[in-house]
Structures are given as structure tokens and as C-alpha cells.
Design a protein around this ligand. Structure first.
Ligand SMILES: [Zn+2]
Ligand SMILES: [Zn+2]
Length: 346
């Protein structure tokens, strides 16, 4: 089969790999119908995630059709259409019992990381019963690809950990796909204001269409002053960090109100400064996390009913075989006005 293979920092190739086989009775083999590229894949390609070895197939999102199941798989059968979670969970270990699948002792984020991923014609999914979801009939498959990672990530790590409440004032720093996923799902709770902050006017325009009440372009380095100006110098109840660099984390610290929450979602490659000399009296809560995907069944229902329309995040479509072209576009997201790209295999 063909697959997108990591060949060390800066290098990738679309090449032949052996078709995956069942290794354990709890495995399933999935023929990929649709997959996508995540910002995390770009981090891997930069060399920021050293556990990813030369030869690894990338990708941790997608939908597909069950091709084979081990004899321990009970919930899925050959021919079923399934959503692949970016998080693999055994369902039995201490972390899984707490619903913290991201830290499953024999799973967590392993797809396209520690085992071969979804940017391929076929993928092996361990613990299929706990790591796949049946696709509801009649729902747009492309929309469901957004449920593998970005929607549960924005919702669980941004909105839920940030404790967004009815009437809250929320700021989201970073209007990339995950920041926009937080924007869409924050609206479940009817916050009074959602202020979106980004360097890119096109993304801010998209954010307005998706429900942001205010937008701030941070290019002048004065985003915090602008947010304080928009909030009577009070700041925000919830500051969601969806970039993963020091300046954006600094904005969150400057704009969080006393008693407020900073919810870090961004993937950080370097350390940041924590201004406890200012924050120690502010009764703030700072949260971090890797997505557990335990909100996926709920999010599936909201997409099925049309309450949530994540297909709005899709800007480009390619054949799976054109994955290198798709990386080119996704890697130049600002220039290409790209959010999520869909890769399809007919
Ligand atoms: Zn991802
Ligand atoms: Zn587990």
C-alpha cells in the first residue's frame, strides 16, 4: 500500500509500505476513506517530537471502513464505517477507568507517533472496541474527520478545562483549526463575549463568521491592551491559549481576570515565562492537557443533529495520493487561506 512516511526532520515521502496486519485479537484494520493533516504533524516534521522515528507513517485523524477485525473485537465488523479517534484506549487501565484515555498505559496518543498512522491506504487500530466509533448513517464523512482530534481537543482542553459558563467573557488566542474548534464548541455554553486573537486577518474574518463577537489582530504586539480596552480594563473569565509559543501564553496571563482560567491547548516546543509575581494574588486557575476524546460520543450527536457544523473548517480537498501537495498547502496556511485539508481515497 501507499503511505506518507516520516524520514527524519524536514523529510517525508509518499511511498510503498507493507499493508498492516492484525497483531492482537483486539486490533482492527481500517481502509482509510478520509484523513487530514494536523498542526502536530508539522511539529513532527520539524523534529519537535523526537520519539517519532524514521520510517513512521504519520497521521492520527480519519474515517474509514473496517477491513478486518481480530477475534477479540466485539463492537465492529468487516464493512462497518468508523471514526478513528486520535487517542487509543485499552478501556481497562487506571487512566482509562478515570476517563483519562490520553494517558492509557498501553495507548494514548500513539497513532502517527509511536505506531503507524492514518495518512495511508490502511491503518491498524489497537483496542478497536474503545478507539473507534461507529459512523451515524447519513452524516457528512468530512465533517466527522474533524471529530478525530480538533473538536474534542478544542472542547475538552479549551472550553471544559477553561470552565466556560453562560455569560462568560472568553478570549481565544490563535484562530487556527483548534482555536476555531474551541470557538465553535464554547457556544454550547452561551458565553456573553468571545474575543478571537490572531495575526491573520483572514482567520479573524472566519472567526467572526463562526461566532466571535470581537476580533483583535495581535500583529502590533498590543493585543493585551486591546482586550483590556474591550472589557472595561477587567480582562476575561477564560483565556484559551491555542498557539503554543511564549508571546501568546504571555497574552493570556495579561488578560485573565481575577478568579479566571487560563486553559492551555497549544503544543509548546519551548519553555514560557510564568508571571507569578503578578498572578499570585489573582486566584487564577491554569490548566493543561492532552485530549482524552471522552467527549467524542457527545460531539458526534451534536454533529449528527446539525447543532455543530465542523465541515465549516474544511478549506481544501485532495486525493490521498496527492498528500505531498496537501502538506504544501497546509504548511503555508496563511498564504493559502487554509484551515483543514481533507484527503480522500475513493
Ligand atoms: Zn492532531
Ligand atoms: Zn488504558
Amino acid at each position: 500500500m501507499k503511505a506518507l512516511v516520516y524520514k527524519g526532520p524536514g523529510n517525508k515521502v509518499w511511498t510503498d509500505k507493507p499493508k498492516p496486519e492484525l497483531q492482537k485479537p483486539t486490533d482492527a484494520i481500517i481502509r482509510i476513506s478520509k484523513t487530514t493533516i494536523c498542526g502536530t504533524d508539522l511539529h513532527i516534521l520539524k523534529g519537535d517530537v523526537p520519539e517519532v522515528v524514521d520510517g513512521r507513517i504519520l497521521g492520527h485523524e480519519g474515517v474509514g471502513i473496517v477491513e478486518a477485525v481480530g477475534n477479540g473485537v466485539q463492537q465492529f465488523h468487516v464493512g462497518d464505517r468508523v471514526l478513528i479517534s486520535c487517542i487509543t484506549s485499552c478501556g481497562k487501565c487506571e487512566s482509562c477507568k478515570k476517563g483519562m484515555y490520553s494517558h492509557c498505559e498501553d495507548g494514548g496518543w500513539i497513532l502517527g507517533h509511536l505506531i503507524d498512522g492514518t495518512q495511508a491506504e490502511y491503518v491498524r487500530i489497537p483496542y478497536a472496541d474503545n478507539s473507534l466509533y461507529p459512523l451515524p448513517a447519513g452524516v457528512d464523512e468530512e465533517a466527522l474527520v474533524m471529530l478525530s482530534d480538533i473538536l474534542p481537543t478544542g472542547f475538552e482542553i479549551g472550553v471544559l478545562k477553561g470552565n466556560v459558563q453562560p455569560g462568560s467573557t472568553v478570549a481565544i488566542v490563535g484562530a487556527g483549526p483548534v482555536g476555531l474548534a474551541a470557538l465553535l464548541t464554547a457556544q454550547f455554553f452561551s458565553p456573553a463575549e468571545i474575543i478571537m486573537i490572531d495575526l491573520d486577518d483572514n482567520r479573524l474574518e472566519v472567526a467572526r463568521k463562526f461566532g466571535a463577537t470581537q476580533t483583535v489582530n495581535s500583529a502590533d504586539g498590543k493585543a493585551a491592551e486591546q482586550v483590556l480596552g474591550l472589557t472595561n480594563q477587567q480582562g476575561v473569565d477564560v483565556a484559551i491559549e491555542a498557539v503554543g509559543i511564549s508571546p501568546t501564553f504571555a497574552i493570556c496571563q495579561d488578560i485573565v481576570k481575577a478568579g479566571g482560567h487560563i486553559a492551555n491547548v497549544g503544543v509548546h516546543g519551548k519553555s514560557v515565562e510564568l508571571h507569578l509575581e503578578k498572578l499570585w494574588t489573582h486566584n487564577i486557575t491554569l490548566t493543561t492537557g492532552l485530549v482524552d476524546t471522552n467527549s467524542t460520543p457527545m460531539l458526534l450527536k451534536t454533529v449528527t443533529s446539525g447543532k455543530l457544523e465542523p465541515n465549516k473548517l474544511i478549506t481544501h480537498r485532495f486525493d490521498l495520493a496527492d498528500v505531498l501537495k496537501a502538506y504544501e498547502v497546509f504548511g503555508n496556511a496563511a498564504k493559502e487561506n487554509a484551515l483543514k485539508v481533507i484527503l480522500s481515497q475513493g
